[in-house]
Design a protein around this ligand. Structure first.
Ligand code: KG4
Ligand code: ZN
Length: 353
C-alpha cells in the first residue's frame, strides 16, 4: 500500500477512536511552534519560539529571516514538545500543519517538516487553516464552548466577522477591505517610533492617554460587516507629519488612545451587531489583537448590555501557537475533512469558509 492509502485508512479509523493525540506545527509568520493536544481540548505541550527580538531591529518581520529561523529551530522544538508531553512518536495519532495563510517561505518550513514526518511515521497529515486555528484557541481556553457562535477574528493578517455554524463550517459575514486591524496597529506604532510588534505597545501607551483626537468620520461600511483601517492609519500618519512639520510636540498617549478607540469600537460594534442579527448569544474573539486590553473591556461591556456570553482566548493563546492548530485539526479529523497528501503546498491566502 502507498503512504496515502495507509494514511486514508488510519484517518478513517481515527474518526471513531475515543482518544486522539495530534502533533501540530505552526510556522506561518515569526513564531515557530510545535504542540501536542489530546482530543482537541487538552494541551500536552505547546512550545513557542518567538522571533520577535530578531525582527524588532528591522521594524517588522523579514520573511527570508523568518524562514531561516524556522528551519534552524523546528526539529529541536519538535523534540522538546514530545519531551515536555512525556510522549514519543508512537503515541501520536496524526500530524497537523498550518498550510496557510501566511508568509510562503515560512509556511513551507512547517509544511515540509510535517510532510516528511507523516511519511516516515506512516501517519495521516492534516492541512489546517491558520484562521481556523485562531478560532480553535478558544476550545482550548473554554472547555465547554461549543458552536454555533459569532467570531470576531482580529489578527495581524485578518479582520473578519465569522458565523461559526459548527466545528468545521464557517460563514464569512464581513472582512477588511484593506489593512487588517493588527497591521494598522503595527503601522501606527512604527510611525510613532514605538517599535515592533506595535499592538502591545500601542495598547500600553494608550492607557496613559485620552481619546480626544478625531481621526476619521463614519465610513460607508457602517451598514455592513466589512472593515477598513487604511483610512485611520493614513489619518494618523498625516497628523504626525503635520505636527512634526510645525515642530509641535506629539502627545503619543492621546494619539494611541484615539486610534485604538476608533479601531476597537468598529470591531466591537460589528461583532455585537452580528450576534443580534443572527440571534446568537455567544461571541468569541480570536487572533493577536484579541489580546488588546481595551478591546476586551469594550466587548465585556457590550456583551453584558446585550446579554451575550463573551469568550476570549487565554492571553498566551491569542497570538500564534501550534496548540490551536492541533485543536482545529482534531475537529477536522472527526468530520472526515482536511486529510492532506504529500503534494500539499503552502498558500499565502486561504478562504475562511
Ligand atoms: O494572530 P497573530 O499572532 O498573527 C497573525 O495571524 O497575524 O497577531 C499578531 C498581531 C500583530 O499585528 C500584533 O501587533 C497584534 O496582533 N497584537 C495586538 C496586541 N497584541 C498583539 N494588537 C493590539 N493590542 C494588543 N495587545
Ligand atoms: Zn495568527
Amino acid at each position: 500500500m502507498s503512504y496515502f492509502e495507509i494514511a486514508q485508512q488510519k484517518f478513517k479509523q481515527l474518526s471513531h477512536q475515543q482518544d486522539v493525540t495530534i502533533l501540530a506545527f505552526e510556522s506561518s509568520c515569526d513564531e515557530t511552534s510545535v504542540a501536542i493536544v489530546k482530543n482537541g481540548r487538552t494541551i500536552c505541550s505547546n512550545i513557542i519560539a518567538s522571533q520577535i527580538d530578531i525582527h524588532a531591529r528591522f521594524g517588522g518581520v523579514v520573511p527570508e529571516v523568518a524562514s531561516r529561523n524556522h528551519i534552524m529551530s523546528i526539529r529541536a522544538l519538535c523534540e522538546k514538545a514530545l519531551n515536555e508531553a512525556n510522549l514519543s512518536f508512537d503515541n501520536i495519532d496524526a500530524i497537523a500543519v498550518t498550510f496557510g495563510a501566511g508568509l510562503i517561505g515560512a509556511l513551507m518550513v512547517g509544511v515540509n517538516f510535517a510532510k516528511a514526518l507523516a511519511y516516515s511515521l506512516n501517519k495521516p497529515l492534516l492541512a489546517i487553516s491558520h484562521i481556523h486555528g485562531h478560532i480553535a484557541a478558544n476550545y482550548l481556553t473554554h472547555q465547554t464552548l461549543t458552536p454555533p457562535f459569532i467570531c470576531a477574528m482580529v489578527s495581524g493578517g485578518h479582520t473578519a466577522i465569522i458565523k461559526v455554524d459548527d466545528y468545521t463550517n464557517y460563514k464569512l459575514l464581513g472582512s477588511t477591505v484593506d489593512d487588517a486591524a493588527g497591521e494598522a496597529f503595527d503601522k501606527v506604532a512604527r510611525v510613532l517610533g514605538l517599535g515592533y510588534p506595535g499592538g502591545p505597545k500601542v495598547d500600553q501607551v494608550a492607557k496613559l492617554g485620552q481619546p480626544n483626537i478625531k481621526f476619521v468620520n463614519h465610513s460607508i461600511l457602517d451598514n455592513s460587516y466589512d472593515f477598513s483601517f487604511s483610512g485611520i492609519k493614513t489619518a494618523v500618519i498625516n497628523y504626525v507629519n503635520q505636527k512634526q512639520q510645525k515642530n509641535e510636540e506629539l502627545n503619543l498617549a492621546d494619539i494611541c488612545a484615539s486610534f485604538q478607540q476608533t479601531v476597537v469600537d468598529e470591531i466591537a460594534t460589528k461583532a455585537i451587531k452580528a450576534c443580534i442579527n443572527y440571534n446568537l448569544k455567544k461571541l468569541v474573539a480570536a487572533g493577536g489583537v484579541s489580546a488588546n486590553s481595551f478591546l476586551s473591556e469594550k466587548l465585556k461591556t457590550l456583551c453584558e448590555q446585550n446579554d451575550i456570553e463573551l469568550y476570549m482566548p487565554k492571553l498566551s493563546l491569542c497570538t500564534d501557537n501550534a496548540a490551536m492548530i492541533a485543536s482545529a485539526a482534531y475537529y477536522e479529523l472527526k468530520a472526515g475533512k482536511s486529510l492532506a497528501s504529500l503534494s500539499l503546498g503552502a498558500k499565502s491566502r486561504v478562504a475562511i469558509e
